[in-house]
Write a protein that binds this ligand. Structure first.
Ligand code: 13P
Length: 309
């Protein structure tokens, strides 16, 4: 199947109360693991590539196209956190089917202007656009947004933002956070479902997006830390909260940290278990398999998108 946009994925997800998983693919074997998991779950899937990867690994775009072509599930190729109009246009030209312009750190009018410029270009090429309103805190794309600078999305802004930009999906800030540390030890996890509901009421049938939505599964974190990794007391978003969001207007849930912990934890374990091996397959295949298992679990038990391909 050729790469598709997220339009039909989101229409179906909204109508049927589940979310489409968007997984950051930092290497070709991580991407293959994501595809393996999605094929097993028979789920639609979004391969998210960050702008930083495009310079380092241009092959990944071709690999994503090939993966979509070889499998009978809907696959979208998405630019995650495009920090400039130029980068978004470059990705549209390169064959991405979805781009995110992230101008959320600018003031409202600048965010509108930059988003509009990307929308005009992308739509003329049949590509869809995501943008963010409010600020999700944490670390992504080497930019750190400290907790106090993260801002919840203001429901009063959303109608004007959507109508003046013409964008296709809106990333909102309701308490999720990029990276492995969403909450401090002892802190009670929370998401502002009241804000989500208010936004959904103002934007009927409009797909919303959750960034910073890894749940940092304990068994994978334990492997990572047990074999030399150092992420003590990392805490993610509880899975039941993500499922609750997916049943509402959230149609896309972004996962990057879970994959990284899973992939590098498994690599660390394989290196420790096989000190006398040097065949790449000995290490990278089990790590890819671990990613596939994690993605399968997320799609079935968190997104609720099994058999929705
Ligand atoms: P996590 O760090 O929670 O995986 O979030 C990833 C993300 O939102 C990528 O855009």
């Amino acid at each position: 199947m050729a790469l598709v946009t997220t339009k039909e994925m989101f229409d179906k997800a909204y109508a049927e109360g589940y979310a489409v998983g968007a997984f950051n693919v930092d290497s070709v074997d991580i991407m293959q693991g994501v595809i393996d998991g999605a094929v097993r779950a028979q789920s639609p899937v979004i391969l998210a590539v960050s702008g930083r990867m495009l310079d380092d690994v241009p092959y990944i775009v071709q690999a994503c196209k090939l993966a979509a072509h070889d499998n009978a599930i809907p696959v979208a190729l998405h630019l995650d956190h495009g920090k400039s109009v130029k980068l978004c246009k470059r990705c549209v030209d390169a064959g991405f089917t979805s781009v995110m312009i992230d101008a959320s750190l600018y003031d409202f009018d600048t965010n509108v202007r930059l988003t509009r410029e990307v929308v005009d270009y992308a739509h003329s090429c049949g590509v869809v656009v995501e943008s963010e309103l409010g600020v999700v805190s944490g670390k992504e794309e080497d930019i750190v947004v400290a907790g106090k600078y993260g801002q919840f999305t203001r429901p009063s802004d959303v109608v004007e933002f959507v109508s003046s930009t013409g964008l296709d999906s809106l990333a909102i800030a309701i308490g999720t956070c990029h990276g492995a540390y969403k909450y401090k030890a002892g802190e009670q996890p929370y998401l502002r479902f009241d804000i989500l509901d208010e936004i959904a009421d103002k934007l009927p049938n409009f797909p919303l997006v959750l960034h910073g939505a890894s749940s940092i599964p304990k068994e994978r974190l334990d492997i990572f830390n047990c074999y030399g990794g150092k992420l003590p007391q990392a805490i993610g978003i509880p899975e039941d909260m993500l499922r609750q969001a997916a049943a509402k207007a959230v149609c896309k849930i972004n996962v990057a940290s879970d994959l990284r912990i899973c992939y590098f934890g498994e690599l660390r374990r394989q290196f420790a278990l096989k000190p006398n091996k040097w065949d790449a397959k000995e290490f990278f295949l089990p790590a890819r398999q671990a990613v596939a298992d994690l993605v399968y679990d997320r799609l079935v038990n968190v997104m609720g998108s099994a058999n929705k391909a």
